[in-house]
Design a protein around this ligand. Structure first.
Ligand SMILES: [Zn+2]
Length: 161
């Protein structure tokens, strides 16, 4: 994605009264990112900024709850399909005002919102447990489609892309 500055990232959340605290962007390699995601230092919130095809940005604040488990189990990120070891995912959710009241939508996703690095094997961890044979371009398209779909469900996008 195109490099962004802190002001642009904050501007992607026009409806938020408390603008998100943007992390230090010095060491961000934008060339390997499909979306920009970060987690509040306290760990209870995640932030997502997604570029659209027309160059606009859409931001979404997510509640984050760590799904800690002592049992060994595999967990799959619902956005990038990376299969993690135990505690590699967190539950991210948001409240949506629908016609029949408010509903919470949520997904288990990579706990640090680093799906773009996962699909490129840039995390330093061993690659996912379930090796996939599809190429990177297909993984990028699948990830982008999953994020757009989530933004649409969260009422941040008016049309499904
Ligand atoms: Zn992921």
């Amino acid at each position: 994605m195109q490099p962004l500055v802190a002001e642009q990232l904050r501007g992607a959340f026009p409806l938020e009264k408390r603008k998100p605290v943007v992390p230090n962007l010095q060491s961000v390699d934008w060339t390997v990112l499909d979306y920009f995601g970060w987690v509040h230092p306290a760990g209870h919130r995640g932030y997502l900024v997604m570029p659209l095809a027309n160059g606009e940005l859409r931001g979404l604040v997510l509640r984050r709850s760590q799904t800690t488990s002592r049992r060994r189990r595999y967990e799959m990120c619902s956005w990038c399909n990376h299969v993690h070891r135990t505690n590699g995912t967190a539950m991210f959710s948001t409240l949506v005002r629908g016609t029949d009241g408010r509903v919470t939508i949520g997904n288990a996703m990579c706990r640090n919102l680093d799906c773009s690095l996962r699909i490129r094997n840039l995390c330093g961890d061993p690659p996912g447990y379930m090796g996939e044979t599809i190429d990177l371009e297909s993984k990028v398209q699948r990830l982008q489609a999953a994020v757009y779909q989530f933004l649409y469900r969260a009422d941040v996008l008016s049309d499904p892309i």
